[in-house]
Design a protein around this ligand. Sequence first.
Ligand code: ZN
Length: 285
Amino acid sequence: MDDVIITVAVTGAETTREQVPTLPFTPQEIADETARSFEAGASIVHLHVREDDGTPTQDRDRFAKTIELIRAKCPILIETTTGGAAGMPDEDRLQPISLRPPMASLDCGSVNFGDEVLINTFGQMQFYARQMAKHDVKPTLECFDIGHIHNAHLLIERGILDPPHHFGLVLGVAGGIPATPRCLQAMVENLPDNSLWTVIAVGGKASALLHPLALALGGHVRVGFEDSIYVRKGVVAESNADLVRHVASLARKMGREVADVAAVQKTLGIFVAPSARREPETKPT
Ligand code: ZN
């Protein structure tokens, strides 16, 4: 796919309002921020939800409310997290899957995550993948290291994941693969043939370095307060939409257009239930 798919991760589980005062917490705030990001060019929202005080939660009702508010505003594709936050049990992490979002993240291995550990055994990965298949949810295969790509290959060999595969390559987590051009290139070279991949660069420096490289290599880009709060060196973005606009502008300068929702759905083979389907809106250029 030549056009660039921009995913926006509007809040995550770790970012705080001390870092970015406009970080969205409530379902309405997350929906408003998602709609602004859609208008700026995002076609997928990677969705975490929070309690009103900012505590990360995987509560099904909270996801349901947030998804309802997002769908009332824009037809962006919703990718719920199943990573949740470090230490959450499987039952919690999988709660949003029963809402049948079009997409969800699937962590492809365990990793040190700052001072915590994200645990994803093969048994868990297979269980999550099967739950997603049962609910017609397209996984984004999140890989925090090259070994995770190897894990994805093993799951594919076992017939657990259906093509086309969409990878989220996460670089720059303390404990995961470093955010360097050579590391990104090594990850890309190890992907299954004909995969789509989205770079998820953690931190301002990593984003500034790897977003243009991903665009040059034919990849796709995720931005948002979950990954980096900086729109340029030392400048905190006011909105996730600023981060989306920045990468959309960079893509166009490099000769790539920004993919719309319909094109992404078609490319990834995503079925959207009629109740969730909305007429596409005209996006500003
Ligand atoms: Zn996430």
